[in-house]
Design a protein around this ligand. Structure first.
Ligand SMILES: NC(=O)c1ccc[n+]([C@@H]2O[C@H](COP(=O)([O-])OP(=O)(O)OC[C@H]3O[C@@H](n4cnc5c(N)ncnc54)[C@H](O)[C@@H]3O)[C@@H](O)[C@H]2O)c1
Length: 497
C-alpha cells in the first residue's frame, strides 16, 4: 500500500481518539449501520481532499465500510492531525493492520506541508494504481505522475475545490488551454501550473481518461461551492456536483456552531491571549461570522462587525454588534478575524495602522483574505517566528502584528477544527451525497445539486438522541392544517432557518 504521512507509529494514539470521536458522531455511525451490509459503494474509487483530522478519519472509514476504495489528502497544509492520518493508514482493528503491515486507507497528508508537497499529495490522492506494477510504486511524487496505467477516482469528496480544480485544469490543458503558461497571481498558482505541465509531459491524455470515468463530486464548503457554481454557469463543469455546504444541517451547524467553538480554540492555543475586554473585529457576518462573533462576545470581547451586505449588516446590528468599516476601527482592534470567503479583506495598509501586537487571523477557506504575501515581501517588515503557525511581523515604526496560521484557517491550523458532533452532521451529508451520486449516476447532469430536504431532516434526526431531545409529533390534523405530512418534510425549500 502506498501512502505518505508523518509517522505511522502514531496510529495507536490516533485510534484511541477515533474511538472517542465515533461516540460523538451518531450520524456517521447510523450510516454505517444502515448501509454497511449493502455496500452501496462497493469497489467505487473515491478520492478525498478534506482536512485529515480525527473526524475526517471517521468519514473515511465510513466510506470504506460502505465498500469504497478510498485515497485521501488534506485540503490545507496545516490541518492534518498526524495521529489521525496514521490510524487511517493502519486501519481499523478488525482488519488486523499494524504499522509494519498497514491495511487501512492510503493517506497523503501531514501537518506542515510545503505548497509543492500539498499539490503533490492532492495528485497522489487522485491517482489509483491501475495495475499491480503501479500499486507497488513509491510513497511520493512519481507514482501519481509517471505511469499511464494510473487511473483516477470515480467520485471526489472535496473541500474548497482543489481536487476538482486540478482535474479541470488538467483536462483543459489537454484540450489546448494555455492557462499553464499565463502569468500567475500567486506562487501557489505557479506550483499548480508546473505540476500540470509535468503530468502532461508524462501522459498527455491522463485527465481525459479520468474525467470520462468521474461521476461526481460532493463539495464541503461555501468557497468550493462558489467555484462549482461559476463553472456550471460557464458550462465548464465536467461532472455533477452535490453542494453539501447548503444542506441546512451543514452550513447552519458546522459553519455557525462549529466555528463558534473552534475559532476561539485556535486563537487561544496560538496566543493564550485574554479575550475578555478586548476589541475583536469580525469581517463578514455570514454563517461563519455569526458563530465567530458570538463566541468572541461570549468570552467577553467587545465585537465589531464589518459587512458589505445590508441584510447581514442589519442582522449584526440587531444582535447588538457595532457595524463599521475596517478603516474606521483598524486602530482600535486587538483581534481581527476574517470570515468573508473574499480576497484582500485585511490589506498591508490596514496592518500598518493596527495597534502594536494586534492578532490577525482568518477562518475563511483560503489564504488571500489577509494580504500575507505582501506582508512577507514588503521592504522594511521583519519576521519573527514565535512557534509554528504563530508569526510576528514587525513594521519599520516598531509596531508588530501577530499572524496566525499564515493567514490560513486558524481553527484548523492552530487548533484541530470543529468538534466531532457537528462534523458528524456535515459528514453524514457527505456520505449520503456520495451514495446518491453513485446510485443515481445515470440521472445527474453536470450541474450543482443539493440533497433533498427529507435527507437534511433525517441527518438532524440522527443527532437528536445523543442530546436527549424529545421531538414533538404532528397530529394528522395539524399536519394537514400547515400543509405538510406527519413524516415531513416540514418546511418548503425557501425556508431559511
Ligand atoms: N474554518 C472553517 O471551519 C470553515 C467552516 C465553514 C466555512 N468556512 C469558510 O468560511 C468562509 C465564509 O463562509 P460562510 O458560510 O460564512 O459564507 P457566507 O457567504 O455565509 O458569509 C460570508 C459573508 O462575508 C460577507 N463579505 C463578503 N465580502 C466582504 C467584505 N469585503 N467585507 C466584509 N464582509 C464581506 C458577505 O456579505 C457574507 O455575509 C468561506 O470561505 C467558507 O468556505 C470555513
Amino acid at each position: 500500500m502506498d501512502f505518505n504521512i508523518r509517522d505511522i507509529q502514531l496510529a495507536e494514539w490516533g485510534r484511541k481518539e477515533l474511538d472517542m470521536a465515533e461516540k460523538e458522531m451518531p450520524g456517521l455511525m447510523a450510516v454505517r449501520k444502515e448501509y454497511g451490509p449493502q455496500k452501496p459503494l462497493n469497489g467505487v474509487r473515491i478520492s478525498g481532499s478534506l482536512h485529515m483530522t480525527v473526524q475526517t478519519a471517521v468519514l473515511i472509514e465510513t466510506l470504506a465500510e460502505l465498500g469504497a476504495d478510498v485515497r485521501w489528502a488534506s485540503c490545507n497544509i496545516f490541518s492534518t492531525q498526524d495521529h489521525a492520518a496514521a490510524a487511517v493508514v493502519v486501519g481499523p482493528p478488525r482488519l488486523g493492520g499494524t504499522p509494519e503491515d498497514p491495511r487501512g486507507v492510503p493517506v497523503f497528508a501531514w501537518k506542515g506541508e510545503t505548497l509543492e508537497e500539498y499539490w503533490d499529495c492532492t495528485l497522489q490522492a487522485l491517482s489509483f494504481p491501475g495495475n499491480s506494477e503501479a500499486a507497488g510504486a513509491g510513497a511520493t511524487g512519481e507514482a501519481g505522475t509517471a505511469s499511464a496505467s494510473v487511473i483516477g477516482p470515480q467520485l471526489i469528496v472535496d473541500d474548497g475545490g482543489d481536487a476538482t480544480l486540478l482535474v479541470h485544469k488538467g483536462f483543459e490543458l489537454e484540450q489546448g488551454s494555455d492557462w499553464v503558461d499565463s502569468p500567475s497571481e500567486s506562487s501557489e498558482e505557479e506550483i499548480i501550473k508546473n505540476l500540470l505541465k509535468q503530468v502532461h509531459q508524462q501522459d498527455s491524455s491522463r485527465w481525459q481518461r479520468v474525467t470520462a470515468d468521474l461521476h461526481g463530486v460532493s463539495e464541503e464548503t461555501t468557497t468550493g461551492v462558489h467555484r462549482l457554481k461559476r463553472m456550471a454557469a460557464e458550462g465548464s463543469l465536467l461532472f455533477p456536483a452535490i453542494n453539501v455546504n447548503d444542506s441546512v444541517t451543514k452550513s447552519k451547524f458546522d459553519n455557525l456552531y462549529g466555528c463558534r467553538e473552534s475559532l476561539v480554540d485556535g486563537i487561544k492555543r496560538a496566543t493564550d491571549v485574554m479575550t475578555a475586554g478586548k476589541v475583536a473585529v469580525v469581517c463578514g457576518f455570514g454563517d461563519v461570522g455569526k458563530g465567530s462573533a458570538q463566541s468572541l462576545r461570549g468570552m467577553g470581547a467587545r465585537v465589531i462587525v464589518t459587512e458589505i451586505d445590508p441584510i447581514c449588516a442589519l442582522q449584526a446590528a440587531m444582535e447588538g454588534y457595532e457595524v463599521k468599516t475596517l478603516e474606521e476601527v483598524v486602530a482600535q482592534g486587538d483581534i481581527f478575524v476574517t470570515c468573508t470567503g473574499n480576497r484582500d479583506i485585511i490589506t498591508i495598509e490596514h496592518m500598518r495602522a493596527m495597534k502594536d501586537e494586534a492578532i490577525v487571523c482568518n477562518i475563511g477557506h483560503f489564504d488571500n483574505e489577509i494580504q500575507v504575501t505582501r506582508l512577507e515581501q514588503e521592504p522594511g517588515i521583519s519576521h519573527i517566528e514565535i512557534k509554528p503557525q504563530v508569526d510576528k511581523y514587525v513594521f519599520a515604526d516598531g509596531h508588530s502584528v501577530i499572524l496566525l496560521a499564515n493567514g490560513r484557517l486558524v481553527n484548523l491550523g492552530c487548533a484541530t477544527g470543529h468538534p466531532s458532533f457537528v462534523m458528524s452532521a456535515s459528514f453524514t451529508n457527505q456520505a449520503l451525497a456520495q451514495i446518491d451520486l453513485w446510485k443515481n449516476r445515470d440521472s445527474y447532469a453536470k450541474q450543482v445539486y443539493v440533497l433533498s430536504k427529507k435527507l437534511d431532516e433525517e441527518v438532524a434526526r440522527l443527532h437528536l438522541d445523543k442530546l436527549g431531545v424529545s421531538l414533538t409529533r404532528l397530529t394528522p390534523e395539524q399536519a394537514d392544517y400547515i400543509g405538510v405530512t406527519t413524516d415531513g418534510p416540514y418546511k418548503d425549500d425557501t425556508y431559511r432557518y
